[in-house]
Design a protein around this ligand. Structure first.
Ligand code: SF4
Length: 82
């Protein structure tokens, strides 16, 4: 289901976990492993609202599956306080 949080952003939520791939504030950045050329294309996810890293050293196919608990999402957590 979709939940609407602060800034009127709709985020997909399942089992009380936010799917960051559905959020416009998710940023995917390169995160190459300097010690392993095999993981040169690793990626990390940063939340643009908090500026914090959500996950790192991800294979590219893993980035869309990353979720965070609703209570840790700055947009939906604020909504829950109201
Ligand atoms: S944690 Fe950040 S990137 Fe993930 S859904 Fe919440 S606001 Fe969006």
């Amino acid at each position: 289901m979709k939940m609407t949080g602060r800034l009127n952003v709709e985020i997909e939520v399942e089992n009380n976990m936010c799917k960051c791939a559905s959020c416009p504030f998710r940023i995917v950045l390169p995160d190459p492993d300097p010690d392993d050329w095999f993981n040169d294309d690793d990626e990390k996810i940063v939340c643009r609202v908090t500026g914090k890293e959500i996950a790192s050293a991800l294979r590219p196919y893993e980035t869309d599956g990353i979720t965070v608990p609703v209570k840790r999402c700055p947009l939906l957590n604020e909504m829950n306080k109201e």
